[in-house]
Design a protein around this ligand. Structure first.
Ligand code: SAJ
Length: 418
């Protein structure tokens, strides 16, 4: 590695994790080149602008680009540290096999640029064993290099897995202050990666092995999914028994050792709704609870769909407003969003009987475009619609007093007016 201040960093993948990570590393003083296959993304960042919505990210990217510490490109350049932050989706939605092709193609493109002394770090969420696969792919592409765990003596390249654990909406804060698990292919690799993270992480950095770090990331999201599934299952039980689930949870949470999460229209996003399946895929026989939690959260989405359909179908001449499309509050991320799923299904069936309010969208997603459903602002929806389905607890919606809805029929899946 180079001297402290001239450490060159390459961040591959400039999405929700890669771009903030690149900006935070650049802020620590390292020159960073961000690599992305999209020319539009590269051009946007090189103008000092951003293509995603995230608190305070625009100001930081603008500042580090202006200082010459962050630059974007479509082709890999030599660096001291290569950090991979590309997506790991499913191969096919039905069988939920993890698709490692983005990770492996990033590895393929950086392998040619590797020099002895370099460090390769995977941050993408991955099934257990992926970092070793990355090492093996580098070994196949670069037989001239000594790789950790494969060759005798000091390896030329350090390889580690270091998952991010930031919450969308709080990414910059959490990138800096959260603790990090840093898993090396060998202990030496972990130490090298740890020294790098210490430059910009204020939380505690804990060295471990790559497989444990890979599993830790999956476990964190499966834990949250399971807890949300408990709340969602309770909400369906409460519906069947005519109970107010919010009241029951509020009361149960007065117990000093009970902390039930909030029911909603299902679990969305690109992490919690996906990662538990990586565990199930790796150990199907042993993952009964984790699989069931996924199924419960998906079932909640269908439960909400059925109840929303009932509301719209009753007197369809009176319009229904659907509040929110994103996968959670106050963000512009619509990936794997249960709200979007529900609205799209209803729109296909009822078209112009529905209005959609989403303060974080300028237009409706493509599957809603020709259905007759209209994207309107909140005041138009409140003036026009006698029926309301609340799907996402954006601050804008939480600011509506329950008294303003007194003459409406409301299905509140988030309990904000409970
Ligand atoms: N949700 C509920 N009820 C709750 C909490 C959440 O229905 O009480 C829903 C949300 O509405 C959303 C989904 O769950 O649809 C996920 O939202 P989230 O805020 O729990 O998490 P994400 O997906 O934004 O971020 C998660 C975080 N993981 C954990 O908290 C364990 C984050 O720290 C990870 O970095 C991120 O996944 C990731 O990238 O893996």
């Amino acid at each position: 590695m180079r001297g402290e201040d001239r450490l060159r960093v390459s961040v591959i993948g400039l999405g929700y994790i890669g771009l903030p990570t690149a900006a935070v590393i650049a802020r620590s003083g390292c020159p960073v080149v961000g690599i992305d296959t999209s020319q539009t993304v590269v051009d946007t960042i090189n103008r000092g602008e951003i293509h995603i919505e995230e608190a305070d990210l625009d100001g930081l990217v603008h500042a580090v680009v202006q200082k010459g510490l962050l630059r974007a490109a479509t082709a890999i350049e030599p660096a001291d540290v290569f950090l991979i932050a590309v997506p790991t989706p499913f191969l096919a939605h039905e069988d939920r096999t993890p698709d490692l092709s983005y990770v492996l193609s990033a590895v393929e493109s950086l392998a040619g640029a590797l020099e002895p002394g370099n460090t390769v770090i995977v941050e993408s969420t991955c099934p257990v064993g992926t970092t070793e696969k990355v090492r093996d792919a580098i070994a196949a592409a670069r037989p001239d290099l000594k790789l950790p765990g494969l060759a005798e003596g000091t390896p030329d390249i350090a390889i580690a897995y270091c998952p991010e654990r930031v919450l969308p909406g709080r990414i910059l804060e959490e990138l800096t202050h959260n603790d990090r698990s840093i898993g090396g292919v060998t202990p030496r690799c972990a130490r090298k990666a740890l020294t790098f993270y210490k430059r910009f992480v204020k939380g505690t950095c804990i060295a471990t092995d790559a497989r444990s770090a890979e599993m830790t990331k999956l476990v964190e999201n499966a834990y949250r999914d399971t807890n949300i599934a408990f709340a969602n299952e309770l909400s369906m039980i409460a519906d069947a028994q005519g109970l107010d689930v919010w009241e029951v949870i509020r009361l149960a949470n007065r117990h000093p050792r009970v902390n039930i999460l909030q029911p909603g229209p299902g679990v969305g996003g690109h992490c919690i709704a996906v990662d538990p399946w990586f565990i199930v895929h790796g150990a199907p026989e042993q993952s009964r609870l984790i699989r069931t939690a996924r199924e419960v959260n998906d079932a909640k989405m269908h439960h909400v769909l059925a109840k929303a359909r009932e509301l719209v179908a009753a007197a369809p001449e009176g319009k229904t407003a659907f509040l929110g499309l994103s996968f959670k509050a106050n963000i512009d991320d619509f990936r794997e969003s249960p709200a979007r799923f529900v609205v799209a299904k209803i729109a296909r069936e009822f078209g112009d009987a529905i209005m959609v309010v989403e303060p974080h969208a300028n237009e409706l997603p493509p599957e809603l475009a020709d259905t007759g459903a209209a994207l309107v602002d909140i005041d138009t929806a409140l003036e026009t619609c006698p029926k309301i389905v609340m799907l996402v607890d954006h601050d804008l919606f939480k600011a509506i007093p329950a008294s303003e809805l007194a003459d409406k029929t409301v299905y509140d899946t988030r309990g904000i007016w409970s």
